[in-house]
Design a protein around this ligand. Sequence first.
Ligand code: API
Length: 327
Amino acid sequence: ESKIRVGIVGYGNLGRGTEASIAQQPDMELVAVFSRRNPDSVNIINPDVSVLHIDEAKNYTDKIDVMILCGGSATDLPEQVPTFAEMFNTVDSYDTHAKIPEFFASVDKVAQASGKTSVISVGWDPGMFSVNRVMSEALLPEGETYTFWGKGLSQGHSDAVRRVEGVKKGVQYTIPSEKVIEQVRNGENPDVSKSDRHVRTCYIVAEEGADTAKIEQEIKTMPNYFADYETTVHFITEEELKRDHSSMPHGGFVIRSGKTGEGNNQIAEYSLTLDSNPEFTASVLTAYTRAAYRLNKEGQKGAKTIYDVAPGYISPKSAEELRRDYL
Ligand code: API
């Protein structure tokens, strides 16, 4: 059987992680990386893979089965995914939770018309955590679901602070409350909102002469990302950022604490401990690339979320092998 031919659009941390992840998949080959930058300035891992300007992508509709879109959620993906869904099956990790319904609708409209399949918003959250929230709530209808993130570096929030005027570089750490995690694991079902379960800390390198008070204010009041959270902003030098904040760990827990029939406590927990947030998100993207390819072959077109894709579709194993080896 021939390999799934894959393309990558956008080559930042996530694009790079995706290149590395495709190399681990026995049934996929990376055809090309597309970037808005000058292709000569893009340093990819495997020098044998072609790097092309994003405008060239339209010439690859019969050479690429699935395009993985690795741009940021703030401005790239809402524009790029509908554009590419006209020409390719796509996979993305759009992660602005509050705007997923409108994003889904805009992609679905295009993909229904083009006959392509677009798996949207797959990473670990949204993504693996979303699946675990839904599964544990279906199993334990009476109870509470708690999502904790971190401590770790959120790519989405870091991307958001870097878009603030006067910010040269920056990162954001999400820090969960250990006390609340403890209470949840003990089955106490504390009544705390997700903004009270976490604090956010930013380390910012400001542009020369920038108004740091204004930057801080703009970050702290940013809707969806920071407005509802207790946020601290530290200004540091470029050297300090490089020295202390170059790794990108993340992770967290989805915990459902419920009661069944005769009042017995049941706690379901899914946890991730990640040395590299972008490399793991990339691994989820490539697994769902397989699903996008197979769903499209079956004629299941349009936008799909992780809830629409049965687990067997993401495995390189056949349904027969899964029944025999994993059930
Ligand atoms: C946070 C999480 C991170 C989710 C993971 C991923 C990212 O507040 O740290 O942007 O890194 N929402 N969407």
